[in-house]
Unconditional design. Sequence first.
Length: 444
Amino acid sequence: MALVSATALATPAHAASYGTPTIKLSAAYLSGAVGATGDPTVTVTVAQSGADAAALTVTASRSSKTSVAATTDVAVTGGAGSRTVAVTAHARGYTDITLKVAGLGGKTATTTLHYAASPAVQHSADARYLTGASDASAAVDVGGGYVLVADDEDNTLRLYDGSASGAPVRSWDLGGALGADKEVDIEGAARVGNTVYWTGSLGNNKDGAYRADRNTVFTTTVSGSGAATSLTFGGAGHRLREDLVAWDEAAGDRYGFAHATEDGQTPKQVDGFNVEGLEFAPGSSTTAYVGFRAPLVPPASGGKALIVPVTNMDQVARGTKAAFGTPIELDLGGLSIRDLRRDDRGRFLILAGSWAADDNSDPYALYSWDGVAGHQPAKVLDLPTADAGGWESIVAVPDLTAAGARVQLITDDGDADLYGDGVQAKDLSHPEWQKSRTTSFTLS
């Protein structure tokens, strides 16, 4: 009589027909935040030949730094071949999380999720994180909670669901259409109908060198809305900087544009030259208000913020010489313009911040202005400054006369050390770890 081993008795006769299971991630790198709600997730796809995928089990089997997130902080939901993995962060930093799929026949496979957690922020219940880039610099509402976001480190426009944390839904790299070798340094945006106008900073780079690509105003045409938004490139002009300098010289160098644009002059100084805001005048589709981060007027502590109306912006975006209206000087408590937006009634909300380069800890505030030259704005809200990043963009403006009106703002986190390793966000090697933050505030 033949003897049968215990191992053979314990193993199903068909076990050999099972292949080795597979486990794949939709993204190998994921960023979360301590105390955040609605953090991004990743999708894990599992399969095993000869087995129903629903019978496979996915778990977190190891974390390289449990103080950031332990295996018990990893939630796997869903069934069949696609599962969703969410991580709850407890501390700032990095951890590698090993995800394991247990298949039939005792066979297993693993993969690694590289996870990074940024610190908790004020108003964390409202905070959402736009991943894939960190230097958000201009934003335009396209309906349904979705927003087009520009980044001043590249020439790509990204479409995000502004109510959720995560990667862009779509993106458009316009570098080729613009003929740009370097970044345009997009800093301002304004929408008129289905046309969005975008402007570069127009100033020198941080080393004081002229970069022609920054002297760009261009348009895109929007079709659809919300998640179905699509963009096509319109046209571009590359002479607004020179026209501004010539206009100022003709008026006796009142704002010092010629000196501020000389070789060696950096843009982010009190007497510098740097554009960050763009919005159209009430009732106009051609006159755009160009808001300056620098200079202050006069260029000293306590100076006023400067707006220069460009009365033919529709033509400037096609390369025509600019025409200008009477400049507007606004008292923003010694702060300058970082963004401005107009509501449907012609009132403006101004995001005010420092002209300085390293200003993340300096004050930020929101001001309401009736749009009338000679009328001064009123402060409606001081913004928190304890968190990383600087307030940079206004998505859209509600009716500013309505009680409890809320406004959505976006930060530029490019210079922030998000994960405590001394690396600025814009220099992180994996774009999934780069991110900006959006938060909504109630206006008083």
